[in-house]
Design a protein around this ligand. Structure first.
Ligand SMILES: Nc1ncnc2c1ncn2[C@@H]1O[C@H](COP(=O)(O)OP(=O)(O)OP(=O)(O)O)[C@@H](O)[C@H]1O
Ligand SMILES: [Mg+2]
Length: 290
């Protein structure tokens, strides 16, 4: 399911003014990709996700999934029903959108409106709630409104994932999570991606972007200013900072080590490759001292 945006422009119109959401934007996202979206506040990140989910329609340009126009009205278009089934959208602070009377109703809301069978709905709800660390029988009939903030967020995410979307759109999913919750959540996303799900994640968190994504889009004032390999973007910290993005902790540390004469590759951006490269350097030094 490749996603192709071709020269897409979207402008918000209000009574007072027009605002550029996204201007002449093109990109291709391959099936199974894990894409990060970064850029200053107001740069168009959420607009991009809304366009891919067809919540808004571009004034010009096309968006297609598997060569089918998601906004078209002919036989070469993607049906809205199929789009809703295939694409899951987790909004920022999804816990604020919880509204059902029980956890079961909340988690099954999407599936109940997407034509899933009763047996599928029950099975998927059970699987996903257990996957998110809940005791299914104990939680299914209680009100989600009485849960803690972190539990509510897990229920909200579970309700999107329960329908097994093939493409997952996440708008700042880790904002407000504690460090342990954040790490667990990012590991979970990595597993979902490894099992084949295409993920597009908006985040201001460089460490999270470097840990999870291979492909990065950087937006600035509604325009695309970078579209390529995440480690390529993060190996040039000067380019990044002009778009309000800080280097990840690992790329900063690798930079400092390089400055002090330790020979490390320039594409180190996350902890596991930093660890491996430092271990290689130490091994080489041990050998040369033998
Ligand atoms: N509903 C709306 N009506 C009018 N203008 C809007 C609307 N939503 C967004 N905009 C404007 O469009 C531009 C892009 O907004 P968008 O929400 O996509 O930015 P963003 O990169 O997601 O920002 P943030 O990091 O703050 O979430 C901004 O100038 C914003 O003010
Ligand atoms: Mg946003």
């Amino acid at each position: 399911m490749s996603i192709v945006l071709d020269d897409v422009t979207y402008r918000y119109s209000t009574e007072q003014s027009h605002t550029d959401g996204l201007t002449h934007f093109s990109t291709t996202i391959q099936d199974g990709d894990f894409v990060g979206v970064m850029g200053r506040t107001g740069s168009g990140k959420s607009t991009l996700l809304r366009l891919i989910d067809a919540l808004i329609t571009p004034q010009s340009g096309t968006i297609s999934i598997d060569n089918l126009d998601i906004n078209g009205r002919n036989k070469n278009s993607y049906s809205r029903q199929l789009l809703r089934r295939r694409v899951g959208f987790v909004f920022q602070f999804p816990e604020n959108q919880i509204f059902e009377t029980t956890v079961y109703r909340e988690v099954t809301f999407g599936m109940r409106h997407l034509g899933f069978s009763k047996a599928e709905i029950e099975q998927n709800a059970q699987d996903i709630l257990q996957r998110f660390g809940f005791n299914y029988e104990a939680i299914k009939d209680i009100s989600p409104l009485g849960l803690s903030g972190g539990q509510k967020r897990r229920v909200a995410l579970a309700s999107v994932l329960a329908a097994h979307p093939q493409i997952l759109l996440l708008d700042e999913p880790i904002a407000g999570l504690d460090p342990l919750g954040r790490e667990k959540f990012l590991n979970f996303l990595t597993e979902l991606n490894q099992s084949g799900m295409t993920i597009i994640m908006v985040s201001h968190n460089s460490d999270a972007i470097c840990m999870c994504t291979r492909h990065l889009l950087i937006l600035n004032h509604g325009m695309k200013v970078f579209d390529g390999v995440t480690s390529d973007a993060f190996s040039d910290s000067q380019e990044l900072t002009q778009y309000g993005i800080f280097p990840s902790q690992s790329s900063q540390l690798a930079y400092t080590l390089r400055q002090s004469g330790i020979q490390l590759p320039t594409n180190i951006i996350e902890p596991s490759s930093l660890f491996t490269s430092v271990a290689n350097v130490m091994r080489r030094e041990e050998k040369s001292n033998e």
